[in-house]
Design a protein around this ligand. Structure first.
Ligand code: CIZ
Ligand code: SF4
Length: 306
């Protein structure tokens, strides 16, 4: 514990000395969340990155999130403590595959989940997050939407629109969320019959259809704080439970699946954060041409979902 305290003190000192801040995603390790200036979902983190006057941002999340922050903040230094924090879902849709789909559906508009590579974002008409997927799809002009890479989020987006949503690729998914099974939900409900069920739209349709709330991570935090219920079963990456317990003290939270862990999200440690602050690397750099095109699609989302 002493050693950890010393490391935290050194990190705090480096932050002051370098005018740096730490932004952490809701799925980060508890100790990483605790030393961050701000903890949130990818959209909130990108917005925070735009608001801060700090020149250095230590971004504790996966590659596409840090890239999004870098795209929106070309003048700031965005540093990711472990470059290996690569989201496997984002790797399921490369620009070439998207070009093929676009050729097959020339009249469709392309809405991509923020969980994509920058090269794919550069080909999108608009980006969405799990917090605004339904709203963004509805706001598009075309009656047909190519939507990727998560087919579970596509299922969720389809619920509130008569537009035709075509998932690209057909079966893109998040391994951590996709493994949360209906049987896990049923067992958890048997163990905690009074609990309300909140799940992420990256979960499979069977799990979504049996939940009380379907929400993004930050949406889930808001709901759990606001509603009068005292117990919740949570179907998302388990890192969110730390934030829920901190922000809704006195309420009880149980993971639907304790194995819903994203190994890439957990790669950032205090030790790596200290090194990243000291060395000011590895920096996240998106090539200008890709950044310019991707920024258009991200800004369109921000414009629609104010
Ligand atoms: O957008 C994000 O931050 C992700 C990937 C999850 C969520 O719903 O907050
Ligand atoms: Fe990607 Fe899933 Fe991990 Fe989120 S939880 S970063 S979607 S693999």
């Amino acid at each position: 514990m002493g050693l950890m305290k010393e490391r935290i003190d050194r990190i705090e000192g480096l932050k002051r000395e370098k005018n740096a801040i730490i932004l952490a995603h809701n799925y980060q390790r508890a100790e990483v969340q605790d030393i961050a200036e701000f903890v949130g979902d990818s959209l909130e983190l990108a917005r925070k990155a735009m608001e801060t006057t700090s020149e250095i941002i230590i971004f504790c999340g996966v590659d596409f999130m840090a890239e999004t922050a870098a795209i929106l903040n070309p003048d700031k230094k965005v540093i990711i403590p472990d470059k290996g924090a690569i989201c496997p879902m984002a790797q399921q849709l490369f620009a070439d595959d998207l070009l093929v789909a676009k050729r097959e559906h020339p009249d469709a508009e392309v809405v991509l989940y923020v969980n994509t590579l920058a090269e794919s974002k550069a080909l999108a008409d608009c980006i969405c997050t799990s917090a605004n997927a339904q709203e963004i799809v509805k706001a598009m002009d075309a009656p047909t939407i190519l939507f990727g890479p998560d087919h579970n989020l596509a299922y969720y987006a389809q619920k509130t629109t008569s537009k035709k949503i075509i998932p690209v690729p057909e079966h893109g998914l998040c391994p951590s969320h996709h493994q949360i099974a209906l049987e896990d939900l049923i067992k958890a409900k048997e163990a905690h019959p009074e609990a309300k069920i909140g799940v992420h739209p990256e979960c499979i349709p069977d799990v979504q259809d049996n939940a009380d709330y379907i929400a993004s991570t930050s949406g889930m935090v808001r709901i759990c704080k606001e509603v009068e219920y005292a117990e919740f079963l949570i179907g998302t990456e388990v890192g969110l439970l730390h934030r829920l317990e901190k922000e809704a003290p006195g309420k009880k939270f149980y993971p639907i699946s304790t194995t819903a862990v994203c190994p890439q999200m957990k790669m950032h440690t205090l030790e790596k954060i200290e090194v990243a602050l000291e060395k000011e690397k590895p920096e996240v750099v998106v090539p200008d041409e890709i950044a310019r095109k991707a920024r258009r699609a991200i800004e369109r989302m921000i414009e629609i979902s104010k």
